[in-house]
Design a protein around this ligand. Structure first.
Ligand code: URP
Ligand code: ZN
Length: 460
């Protein structure tokens, strides 16, 4: 049989193993895996890894935040994603009070739909819990958005959820098998510590780290795990930054709490000494990047499967936007670029550096995000009949990361100058090449909204 496209002779990778095979595509789906397959078009993948496209579940494109709007919009952000081997991304529709969450979803979809080059979905961001939320909760899930985000911080911005709000959301989520994700930092502790260090001098923006020690994260995560335990709700910790938090997740899960966690390349590869640099505010994000001991704990958590997902929290602010901090560490536009370098950094520092095998990388970048966010096996797998979201990855490519050769709309990369082993060369989304030989060949607006299923079992 002649398929539309055959990717020939690559090392086809999944969480259960790596085998040499041809992968055939018909239309938008994977049609066969085997040997000597033929197609109208072929891609030679000898010496390359053939893997499911990566899924980045945490992005904030064109987000109005900290007095500006993040500079990677849906078009540039999704192009950058494709160039980096990401085939599906999740962004956030954050409720703008007093409007409903559903209104935020409709608005956000209108911003994204005509501009995305790869597939996408949204989490529902709740900034106000009341009876209206109880009513719209099942409607949001029905619309294909079964994952919610609440913020334990950002009180000043009007986004903060109280413990009671989180408790009620988790209790509601449990009924439907939905998941509540949290930005877990303690607003009270951060307020206190910011007040206490007022007037003290620190190099660069190091005060950002001093005012947010690890306890500001671990206290919030411990609290959240208790709430998930009490309600039976499914809990996800976004952008986890500390080694101690890995222990909390491990312990919680051991006693039966349905809790999951992500970390990102910046927490694994950057440390808080960077804040002391003149451009230290470029690295300002919440929670902050931390110390080498935390990096070790997070790497271990990933290798052991306690931390199940790598995601970037892409929220790009260029140097002009970042300069708005004007020496006040509380006013840094928080966030950094990252989606384009997620896969190469994870491969280079995870697999190539020997921290975990390729199979584990496929789990944390493809399979676990798809399963935990209700897209499995349509996304994140190379099973016959599923979406042909495929990346041909060259493990021998040597690349030095530079903002000049990245697609993102930013005049720096947090990983500037980092030498990586391995880079994606070809990216297909539902059978269509969107990147060929490291050149973008996709179409703006091609990406489609993915309706997702509740990831957990409803709790009676
Ligand atoms: O500092 C960060 N992480 N900015 C993006 C918004 C958020 O908190 O996720
Ligand atoms: Zn956050």
């Amino acid at each position: 049989m002649d398929y539309d496209l055959v990717i020939k002779g690559g090392q086809v990778a999944s969480s259960t193993g790596v085998t040499r095979a041809d992968l055939a595509i018909k239309g938008e789906t994977i049609a066969a895996l085997g040997s000597d397959l033929t197609g109208k078009q072929t891609i030679d993948a000898k010496g390359k890894i053939v893997m499911p496209g990566a899924i980045d579940v945490h992005n904030h494109f064109q987000l109005p935040f900290c007095g500006t709007v993040s500079s990677d919009d849906f078009e540039i952000g999704s192009k950058a994603a494709a160039m980096g081997g990401v085939t599906t991304f999740l962004d956030f529709a954050i409720q703008s009070k007093p409007k409903s969450v559903m209104e935020a979803i409709v608005d956000r979809q209108a911003e994204a739909a005509a501009n995305v080059c790869i597939d996408y979905s949204l989490h529902a961001g709740i900034t106000e819990w009341n009876k209206d939320r109880v009513e719209e909760f099942p409607k949001i899930i029905e619309a294909g958005i079964p994952t919610f985000k609440m913020f334990m911080i950002y009180r000043a911005q009007g986004w903060q959820a109280t413990d009671a709000d989180v408790y009620r959301a988790l209790r509601e989520a449990a009924k439907y098998g939905a998941m509540v994700g949290l930005h877990a930092e303690s607003n009270d502790l951060i307020d206190l510590l910011q007040e206490e260090i007022k007037g003290q001098k620190f190099p660069g923006c190091y005060a950002h780290a001093v005012s947010r020690p690890t306890v500001t994260e671990t206290e919030a995560i411990a609290r959240a795990i208790n709430l998930a335990e009490a309600t039976g709700g499914c809990l996800y910790i976004f952008h986890m930054s500390t080694g101690r938090a890995v222990d909390l997740i491990r312990d919680g899960r051991a006693r039966g709490v349905n809790v999951h966690a992500e970390t990102g390349p910046h927490y694994l590869l950057l440390d808080d000494e960077l804040f002391k640099r003149e451009d230290g505010h470029h690295f300002g994000t919440c929670p902050p990047i931390r110390k080498p001991a935390d990096q070790q704990g997070l790497w271990k958590g990933l290798a052991e499967g306690v931390v199940e997902v790598m995601a970037t929290d892409t929220c790009t602010f260029n140097s002009e936007q970042k300069s708005m901090w004007k020496g006040d560490f509380t006013k840094i536009p928080f966030g950094m670029p990252g989606i384009e370098t997620l896969l190469p950094l994870t491969y280079s520092e995870g697999v190539h550096a020997g921290r975990f095998p390729l199979e584990r990388m496929i789990e944390i970048l493809c399979e676990n995000p798809a399963k935990l966010f209700g897209m499995w096996p349509q996304k994140g797998s190379l099973k016959v009949g599923t979406d042909a979201d495929v990346v041909v990855f060259d493990p021998d490519a040597k690349v030095t990361i530079s903002h000049k050769t990245l697609t993102h709309r930013c005049d720096y990369s947090p990983f500037e100058g980092t030498k990586v082993n391995g880079w994606p060369v070809t990216t297909l989304v539902r059978g269509k090449p969107v990147v060929k030989d490291r050149k973008f060949v996709g179409d703006v607006g091609y990406g489609k909204f993915i309706k997702r299923q509740p990831p957990a079992k409803p709790v009676a």
